[in-house]
Design a protein around this ligand. Structure first.
Ligand code: REY
Length: 388
């Protein structure tokens, strides 16, 4: 590995033990966070080593041996693209998976949602440190919850996904074809007390990005679908990216998704689903190419003002190797930090990350979920793609 100078945040890591990383929705209790997050601690002064394609391929094959029907990694590096794919997109037909297949990207949607809101901040329609209830009167039980708290998962709003999916298969089948209103999703969250004092700590919750979607619709007087389309999909020419909710299908060529049953390990074809339980927290369809394009544009400052990008990059600690900005994850690798998001919806595991300058991007993907060993293996694609 090439030695490089990194800031205190990454030096403290030593060897990154990727297998110990937790699934985001179940992150360990975090340390207290300051009210506006800290600065980005990581300074990379040397160029990144070339992606380790052998290691990437090994990870994809390992994921297959652990139960993923298919897996791929697409790296866009200074204008060059690496395509790696193993296994199948469809267990019925045996069609090989490809890096061009469309996928359900789960919570990578949260980054799109956050960017729309930061554009609204740029337009003077929204303030990050203002109470959510100023814009959505009476919605939240505590006026102290600000827009910033919601976008950094510090609101304390309960994550109703924990209740919905306590039993993975039955929980999924109950919602697979359901269509929720945002209000109904908020009611599921608000049925439980706040999990922390507003602003105090990171506590991942889909309810935060339901609030974010409600803010978009209130302030733009249009649907979130229109906001994504007009502000991100069209200008960036993201030809594989769709917000199809409440439809339960994926247009064009796509990878089928196979969720793993809790105890039997049986694979359940979970391709058809509305993802209505997530909507602006997780319902986008996209591709490796589009996710790499989107995150690169974001980090290059093409989607928001420099001032709002700086706000997105103010960090709340998650654990010793992770932090959360505004709709953005930071992962601290052995060679420095990368920025993006993870996504899990039934049958679909996605990692989309980029270097700070936006010049190297990775989307890695497996068409399974609810499988901790596959999750840990796919996590290791970050180290291979960015640190060599
Ligand atoms: C939903 C459950 C996880 C997935 C979630 N996803 O909150 C958001 C994200 C959109 O962060 C499901 N797990 C699975 C279970 C666990 O059912 N009992 O892995 O298929 O992307």
């Amino acid at each position: 590995m090439v030695s490089r100078t990194v800031g205190a945040g990454a030096v403290a890591l030593g060897a990154v033990v990727l297998s110990l990383l937790t699934v985001p929705a179940q992150a360990a209790t975090p340390p207290p966070a300051p009210d506006t997050g800290g600065p980005d601690p990581t300074v990379v002064t040397a160029p990144l080593a070339a992606p380790d394609t052998a290691e990437l391929r090994k990870a994809l094959r390992t994921a297959l041996s652990q139960g993923a029907p298919g897996a791929f990694a697409r790296v866009d590096d200074h204008g060059k693209t690496i395509h790696l794919a193993e296994g199948v997109a469809d267990r019925g037909t045996g069609r090989a998976i490809g890096t061009g297949d469309r996928i359900r990207v789960g919570s990578v949607t949260k980054t799109f949602t956050a960017v729309v809101l930061l554009q609204l901040v740029d337009e003077g329609k929204l303030k990050l440190d203002t109470s959510v209830n100023t814009y959505l009167p009476g919605l939240l039980p505590d006026r102290r919850i600000t827009v910033r708290h919601v976008l950094s998962h510090r609101s304390g709003l309960y994550d109703y996904a924990n209740t919905l999916f306590a039993q993975s298969v039955q929980g999924f089948e109950n919602v697979r074809n359901r269509v929720y209103t945002y209000r109904q999703l908020m009611d599921l969250s608000l049925a439980k007390p706040l999990t922390n004092k507003p602003g105090a700590v990171y506590s991942y919750s889909n309810a935060n990005f339901v609030v974010a979607g409600m803010l978009i619709e209130k302030l733009t007087e249009k649907s979130v679908a229109t906001a994504y389309q007009e502000r991100l999909i069209k200008p960036l020419k993201l030809t594989d990216t769709y917000y199809v909710h409440p439809k339960n299908t994926i247009p064009g060529r796509y990878a089928r998704g196979y969720m793993t049953a809790d105890s039997s390990g049986r694979k359940i074809d979970s391709t058809r689903q509305t993802v209505s339980w997530a909507q602006s927290a997780g319902a986008l369809v996209s591709s490796g190419k589009d996710l790499n394009t989107f995150l690169s544009a974001l980090m290059r400052g093409e989607l928001t003002s420099a001032a709002q990008l700086k706000q997105m990059l103010k960090w709340t600690p998650v654990n010793s190797t992770q932090a959360y900005g505004l709709g953005l994850r930071r992962r601290d690798l052995s060679c420095g930090s990368v920025y993006g998001h993870t996504g899990t919806v039934q049958g679909y595991y996605t990692w989309a990350f980029t270097s700070k300058d936006g010049k190297r991007g990775l989307t890695s993907f497996a068409n399974t979920s609810n499988n901790g060993t596959v999750y840990a293996t796919m996590n290791s694609t970050l180290e291979a793609a960015f640190c060599g």
